[in-house]
Each structure stands twice: as structure tokens, then as C-alpha cells.
Design a binder for this molecule. Structure first.
Ligand code: AMP
Length: 288
């Protein structure tokens, strides 16, 4: 296999701006793909999509301390810059932005971006402050790079909607594009955290996707959203999940609960779930 070409890494916003200004002068549209590293095919699908849609792709590597709660895995989050840069290069990125913490949070920084409503429910309720951490870092990356387009995975569906809202509210002239979830053959959505699963847990994990897909199919066929969600929750516990944080059918745009008779409404809906398998928390979602 041919070696992927070396990829330039910049570590300051000033260097980033210089490189991007040059590309803009040459008339190139710029795509941004924010990640925390620990790369897998899901991240690379975003890079490939950006390379297809824009002339220049900037991938970012930043493990954002502000989106980890106390007791979460900030310290142990997988970090292997050399591997990640090689994978970015192979997927078609043109530049990697890997800032240090002070480059994103200057000394004394206190300003935050929060998205009330969308950012408080579901994941936001289970992980207080999480979406403020996400919206703040993405707003900062947008301000530093000012890309034409930015790419986010549907795997984190609520995050995608929070970012769309934030970008519109803060008048960023950036097109936000969602990219479909990349899965293993057995349906498990790729996630950096899958590495934490034991062998036995890994066998149980695909039940999450199987279950939410079954809920989506039954609701599409006329089943009541609340009843089907409750059935799905029981199925996950029977499959061996330790706890279900939520399993719910929501309006795909507002993430508000759908009415019981929503089958006739024609509005797009989404089944979203978070469940714990041993010490690992998995999330997934599908369209109805
Ligand atoms: P992370 O590094 O976990 O913050 O993820 C960076 C980006 O990759 C986010 O936009 C995620 O939604 C996206 N992503 C993570 N896993 C997947 C997947 N399995 N399929 C598609 N996109 C993904």
C-alpha cells in the first residue's frame, strides 16, 4: 500500500488563518471537520465527504476539556496524533489543525455558548454542561477557521441539531452538513468508546441499533411512540444493558416528543437512545 503523503499540521489560530487566507485568495471553498481524534471510519467518512464537497479540507484534532463531566474519560480518551494525521491524509484532508488548550481557551476565558432547549434535553440532561462545551468549542473553531461548510456525523444527532441552531443564531455564514452514521457489519455504530467494551459486552452492543430500528419500523407502521419506546427499553434491558438513560421518539428538527397520533402528521421523526453496557455508555439514533 502506498504511504499517504505527509500532511501539514498547524497549532495556532494565526497559522491556521494564514493558510486559509491563501486558499481563499485562490478561490478555494473550505470544509471543516472537527474531531477529538481516536479516529475510525466514521470520522473518515466526514473527511471524504468534505473532500468531495469542497476544494480544501481542514480536519481538527482537539480533545475539548469543557465537554467532559467530572468522572468522565477526559484523561483516558484515546490520543495518537501520528496515527490520526496519517488517517486524515489517506481520507483526503489538506491540513490538520491541532491547537493546544490555550489556543482555544485563552487565560481567563469565561465566555460560553449555550443552546437552551435543544441543548438541555436528552444528552444534555444526562450530561449537564455537555452541549455548552460542544457549542462553545465549535463556535470557536468556526470563528478561527471561517469555513464555507462544516461536517458533523448523524451518529451524534442531537449535537448536529444543536450546532445547526448555534450557527444560525450566531449568524455564522457556514453550511452545516450531516453525514450518515457509519456502522460495523452487525449494526453497531462506530465510536471511539467502543474500545472500552469487553468481549461479552461487544456481543450485546448491536442490540442497541437492532432495537431502535425495530421501534422506528413499528412506529412507522402506526405503533404508538410511547408504547413502542417502552417496549424497546425492556428489550435492551433483556439483552443485557445495565440501564437505559433514554429511548424516545422525537421530532427530527426540534427533538420535542412526538404526539401519540403522529403517524398522520408526516413530520420527520427520529428514534434516539442512550444506554449503558457495563461502564460504557452508548448512544445511537435512526430515522423513523
Ligand atoms: P468526536 O471525535 O467523537 O467528537 O466525533 C467527531 C465527529 O465524528 C462528530 O461529528 C461525530 O458525529 C462524527 N462521528 C463519530 N462517529 C461517527 C460514525 N459512526 N459515523 C459518522 N460520523 C461519526
Amino acid at each position: 500500500m502506498a504511504e499517504a503523503p505527509a500532511l501539514e499540521i498547524v497549532r495556532t489560530a494565526g497559522q491556521l488563518r494564514l493558510r486559509l487566507d491563501g486558499w481563499r485568495r485562490d478561490g478555494h471553498a473550505i470544509g471543516l471537520v472537527p474531531t477529538m481524534g481516536g479516529l475510525h471510519e466514521g470520522h473518515l467518512a466526514l473527511v471524504r465527504r468534505s473532500a468531495e464537497a469542497t476544494a480544501r479540507t481542514v480536519a481538527t484534532l482537539f480533545v475539548n476539556p469543557k465537554q467532559f463531566g467530572p468522572g468522565e474519560d477526559f484523561e483516558t480518551y484515546p490520543r495518537d496524533e501520528e496515527r490520526d494525521v496519517r488517517l486524515f491524509a489517506g481520507a483526503g484532508a489538506h491540513l490538520v489543525y491541532a491547537p493546544g488548550v490555550e489556543e482555544i481557551y485563552p487565560p481567563g476565558a469565561v465566555t460560553q455558548v449555550s443552546v437552551p432547549g435543544l441543548g438541555d434535553m436528552l444528552e444534555g440532561q444526562c450530561r449537564p454542561g455537555f452541549f455548552t462545551g460542544v457549542a462553545t468549542v465549535v463556535a470557536k473553531l468556526f470563528a478561527q477557521a471561517m469555513p464555507d461548510r462544516a461536517f458533523f456525523g448523524e451518529k451524534d444527532f442531537q449535537q448536529l441539531q444543536v450546532i445547526r441552531r448555534m450557527a444560525a443564531d450566531l449568524n455564522f455564514p457556514i453550511a452545516i452538513e450531516g453525514v450518515p452514521t457509519v456502522r460495523q457489519d452487525d449494526g453497531l455504530a462506530l465510536s471511539s468508546r467502543n474500545a472500552y467494551l469487553s468481549k461479552d459486552e461487544r456481543k450485546i452492543a448491536p442490540a442497541l441499533y437492532g432495537t431502535i430500528r425495530a421501534v422506528a419500523e413499528r412506529v412507522a407502521a402506526g405503533g404508538g411512540p410511547a408504547e413502542e419506546a417502552a417496549r424497546g427499553e425492556r428489550r435492551l434491558l433483556e439483552a443485557g444493558f445495565a440501564a437505559v438513560d433514554y429511548l424516545t421518539v422525537r421530532d427530527a428538527l426540534t427533538l420535542q416528543p412526538v404526539p401519540e397520533l403522529f403517524g398522520d402528521s408526516g413530520a420527520p421523526a427520529r428514534v434516539l437512545a442512550a444506554a449503558r453496557l457495563g461502564d460504557t455508555r452508548l448512544i445511537d439514533n435512526v430515522a423513523v
